[in-house]
Design a protein around this ligand. Structure first.
Ligand code: PMP
Length: 438
């Protein structure tokens, strides 16, 4: 029976490519009609047909406090009443930059002294790479297969035929010459990283890595992996770019880096990229690093970067309000909610005899239909991904909105209270049965 979502999707496909403005929203891997959302509050979203779901997407991460937190909404409304965009510096930008620099501290280390605000995670990583190239005077980049850093040309590269061979375009429209500036190596494979440096070390500007991978499902970084990357990069005069777009201010007040340093793995990334939570649901992202690196950026240094809407006052207001409200209690609440969901998910799948694993980094976790925790993308791809389609649709029919791909993290919020968690738990047994029957 067609409902308002079907009608909207049919119309959308006439006027928007594939009916969506970002591909994964189209339900490409699970099939069916994407839910067109009309509103969101706390742990819930409501679709165009008026159906409510417990939400485990959280706008793909930003909604750490829950959707439409009243104080965040009020901060945005207040800012809106004073003007939507100025194209001039504002006091709020200074406050937000200071908040970020102050929060990203652990173990006596303080890797962020200066912050540049941009509008999307894609811009943050793209700028970080240009900055690393400007600082080092080198061109090449090392990235990991299955790590996603946004959709700029050089980062949509696919592995070449050998470990130390340069990459191929990962999508139509990326020039071969641009992809060939990147090495794509298997995640977790330090030998492959060393081989790339052995072959071309003096030409490598940076290694870029997701602080904890969240785009091939969630992957727990092997112990010491990020620290060793920093050592390899620094020994060769290259930089380490730590991409904390999904993990920053979500897994810990100081991000994945803070979590690792507190666990005894101290290392210093040269540039950290932030997105999602930092904007509290508004378009905002950032890159930060030590002054000596950041001041290569224009207008101080020679590396050009700009943005009409950079540091937008509404986004900045949402970011400040969100970070100020993201207290240790908030992280503890999200952490406890994660444990509750993980336990319920695991029991439901175990009861049906479905092989699964639930990798977790802090409050961030994902599901994989595999009997062990994957490290590389190659390994993650061997799972019984076909089980996810019936699992997903069963959850959706029971009123739980999951990310529509097995390779995405599940995002909780501080608004997932006992009732929301109970609704998830109630939905799981039927979904596990559906997964087992697939
Ligand atoms: N880096 C990582 C690790 C991401 O997960 C994402 C998006 N999910 C990005 C960068 C790009 O961010 P955006 O979608 O805001 O451009």
């Amino acid at each position: 029976m067609a409902d308002r979502n079907d009608e909207l999707f049919a119309h959308a496909r006439d006027v928007i490519p594939g009916g969506v403005n970002s591909p994964v929203r189209a339900y490409g891997s699970v099939g069916g009609t994407p839910r067109f959302l009309a509103s969101a509050r706390g742990a819930y979203v409501t679709d165009a047909a008026g159906r409510e779901y417990v939400d485990l997407v959280a706008s793909w991460g930003p909604a750490l406090l829950g959707h439409a937190h009243p104080d965040v909404v009020a901060a945005v409304q207040d800012a809106a009443a004073r003007g939507l965009s100025f194209g001039a510096p504002t006091e709020g930008e200074v406050r937000l930059a200071q908040l970020v620099a102050d929060r990203v501290q652990a173990g006596g280390l303080k890797p962020v002294e200066e912050v540049r605000l941009v509008s999307t995670g894609t811009e943050a990583t793209m700028t970080a790479i240009r900055l690393a190239r400007g600082v080092t005077g080198r061109d090449l980049l090392v990235k990991f297969d299955g790590n996603y850093h946004g959709h700029s040309d050089g980062l949509l590269a696919a592995a070449g035929s050998g470990v130390a061979t340069l990459a191929l375009p990962g999508t139509a429209g990326v020039p071969a010459g641009v992809a060939a500036e990147t090495f794509v190596v298997p995640y977790g494979d330090l030998d492959a990283v060393r081989a790339a440096f052995a072959a071309h070390g003096e030409r490598i500007a940076a290694i870029i890595v997701e602080a904890a991978p969240a785009n091939m499902g969630v992957v727990e970084p092997p112990a010491g992996f990020n620290r060793t990357l920093a050592e390899i990069a620094h020994a060769a005069g290259a930089l380490l770019i730590l991409d904390e777009v999904p993990t920053g201010f979500r897994v810990h007040p100081a991000g994945m880096w803070g979590l690792q340093v507190e666990a005894g793995e101290d290392y210093e990334p040269d540039i950290i990229t932030f997105g999602k939570v930092i904007g509290g649901g508004m378009p905002l992202a950032a890159l930060g690093g030590k002054r000596a690196v950041m001041e290569y950026l224009a207008p101080v240094g020679p590396v050009y970067q700009a943005g009409t809407l950079s540091g937008n006052p509404l986004s900045v207001a949402a970011g400040i309000a969100t970070l100020e409200l993201a207290t240790p209690e908030v992280y503890a609440a999200v952490d406890a909610a994660a444990t509750t969901v993980i336990d319920a998910l695991s029991s439901a799948l175990t009861a049906e005899g479905v092989a699964h694993t639930i990798p977790r980094v802090g409050t961030l976790f994902g599901l994989a239909f595999l009997d062990r925790k994957p490290v590389s993308y190659e390994e993650a791809k061997t799972q019984d991904a076909f089980r996810f389609t019936p699992f997903f649709h069963s959850m959706l029919a029971s009123g739980v909105n999951l990310p529509p791909s097995i390779f995405e993290a599940w995002f909780l919020t501080a608004a997932h209270d006992a009732e929301a968690l109970a609704r998830i738990a109630d939905a799981l047994p039927a979904a596990a049965k559906a997964a087992a029957a697939a």
